[in-house]
Every structure is written in structure tokens, then in C-alpha cells.
Write a protein that binds this ligand. Structure first.
Ligand SMILES: Cc1cc2nc3c(=O)[nH]c(=O)nc-3n(C[C@H](O)[C@H](O)[C@H](O)COP(=O)(O)O)c2cc1C
Length: 234
């Protein structure tokens, strides 16, 4: 954080960025995001927090136009069918699919987690032993996250943290985005397995995220509940 920037200026920038961001339906297909700006967007995902620091997500960035088309038939939230456009799939500068880790990797004591704690987090064995116990209790007793579906859903909840951070980071740089849940999960998973070598036993799609520059102004002004309808102070 720069010391010179007044807090009120930062507050203004943040609110402006949140007002600027809207779910962009069609991007200007001729405008590409600069590599260094996209790298900053990715860093905001990389530096996102996660429960126990386990980072239970992976980002697949689909840039090959033919490969994006593999999703068109069943990605109804990104194919532009509702407005007769090429949709986010056909116009985005960058098109990401956020993948959630399944139970195969995220169940307590898994080999994957041991390696993550040792190699990425560089924790000593005694700390890893402690975290293993705490994580097992968390999954089994505290949050009742057991079984593949529940663990995958928990991972997907974590994946929405980088999702949000990337959209805000993009907006701060004047880059548009659209989060996309409008797709058939099973068919997406099958395409990921067949054409992207993504093992469905290890990763399931959580959400898609398109980036680029808006082709048109937003169709509607932003509407939200008032703060006092959203917040309860106790
Ligand atoms: C998790 C999630 C999934 C969404 N899925 C889609 C989608 O499939 N297609 C789409 O055009 N917009 C999608 N949206 C955008 C929302 O409709 C949009 O954020 C909401 O209506 C508020 O509008 P605004 O983002 O423009 O302020 C999604 C938003 C979120 C957060």
C-alpha cells in the first residue's frame, strides 16, 4: 500500500471499481487484455485466502477458440443464445474455468495435502501432524464435510474467493468480467475430461469467468438492496 494515497481516495477507487464492474454479456472481440495486467489478475487469485491454506482450486484458461466452442451447446449462461450474440465464449479476451478439488485430494490425510503442506507451505512435520488432526476434526465433526460431493462443494466455495478477487482486480484496472454458472455440470465435466485431460475424480468445474472489454454499456443500471436491508448490527 502506498503511504501517499489518502484513505478517502482509496475508498473512492474501490467504490468506483465495484460500480464499474457489471456482468458483461458481450465483449469487444478485438480488444485483448495486456499480459502484465492479466498476470496481476492471476496474482490476485494466487494470493487469495483459503480454509487451512489448502488452495482447493485450479484455473484452466481456455484461449483456443475451437476449444471454447466445445462448451457452447450447454453453457447457456455464456453462449449468447439469449441475445443472439457470440456470448462471452465467443468474445472474451480470456476465458477461465475455475476447478474445485474433489475428495480424492481434499479429504484429511490425503497424499495431496501432505505434499501441499510440505512443499508449498514448507511446514515442519510436527506442525503438519497438528494440522492433519485439526483438519480431520473440522471435516468430520465441526462442518460435517464428508463424502466426495460435499468436499467438492466445499472446495468450490473456496474457489469463489479467487473468483471475486479476480473480478475486483480486473475492475480496478478498467477490465470487464462475467462470472458464469450457466452451464451443465455433467457435460462440462465430460468435455474437460475428454479434451483437456482434466481427471473428474480430481477436479470438478465450479464456475466459469470471462474477461475482456465491454462491447456496449450495461443494459441496466446497477440495482441492489440498501445497506440496512442487507446488514443487521447486533
Ligand atoms: C456465481 C455467479 C454466476 C453467474 N452466472 C452467470 C451466467 O451464467 N451468465 C451471465 O450472463 N451472468 C451470470 N452471473 C451474473 C449475475 O447475473 C449478475 O452478477 C447479477 O445479475 C448482478 O448484476 P451485475 O453483476 O451486473 O451487477 C452470475 C453471477 C454470479 C455471482
Amino acid at each position: 500500500m502506498t503511504q501517499q494515497t489518502a484513505t478517502s481516495d482509496i475508498q473512492d477507487l474501490i467504490v468506483q471499481a465495484f460500480n464499474f464492474r457489471h456482468a458483461t454479456k458481450v465483449f469487444d472481440a478485438d480488444r485483448k487484455i495486456d499480459d502484465s495486467e492479466f498476470e496481476t489478475i492471476l496474482q490476485s487469485a494466487r494470493l487469495s485466502p483459503s480454509s487451512f491454506g489448502m488452495e482447493p482450486w485450479h484455473l484452466l484458461i481456455v484461449q483456443n477458440p475451437a476449444k471454447r466452442e466445445l462448451f457452447r451447446d450447454f453453457a447457456w449462461g455464456a453462449n449468447g443464445a439469449f441475445n443472439g450474440s457470440a456470448g462471452q465464449l465467443g468474445t472474451a479476451s480470456h476465458f477461465a474455468i475455475l476447478l474445485a478439488h474433489t475428495g480424492a485430494t481434499m479429504t484429511h490425510h490425503s497424499d495431496y495435502l501432505q505434499k501441499h503442506m510440505k512443499d508449498v507451505k514448507q511446514l515442519p512435520d510436527d506442525v503438519i501432524g497438528f494440522i492433519n488432526g485439526a483438519y480431520q476434526k473440522f471435516q468430520q465433526q465441526d462442518f460435517h464435510i464428508e463424502g466426495d460431493r460435499q468436499i467438492t462443494d466445499w472446495s468450490a466455495r473456496q474457489a469463489y474467493i479467487p473468483l471475486a478477487n479476480m473480478m475486483t482486480t480486473a475492475a480496478l484496472m478498467g477490465i470487464d468480467s462475467c462470472p458464469i454458472e450457466g452451464f451443465e455440470m455433467d457435460k462440462t465435466s465430460a468435455v474437460l475430461a475428454e479434451h483437456f485431460d482434466i481427471d473428474p475424480a480430481i477436479y470438478q468445474p465450479a464456475v466459469m469467468l470471462a474477461f475482456g472489454y465491454r462491447a456496449d454499456a450495461p443494459a441496466h443500471p446497477k440495482t441492489r438492496r440498501a445497506l440496512d436491508q442487507m446488514v443487521t448490527w447486533a
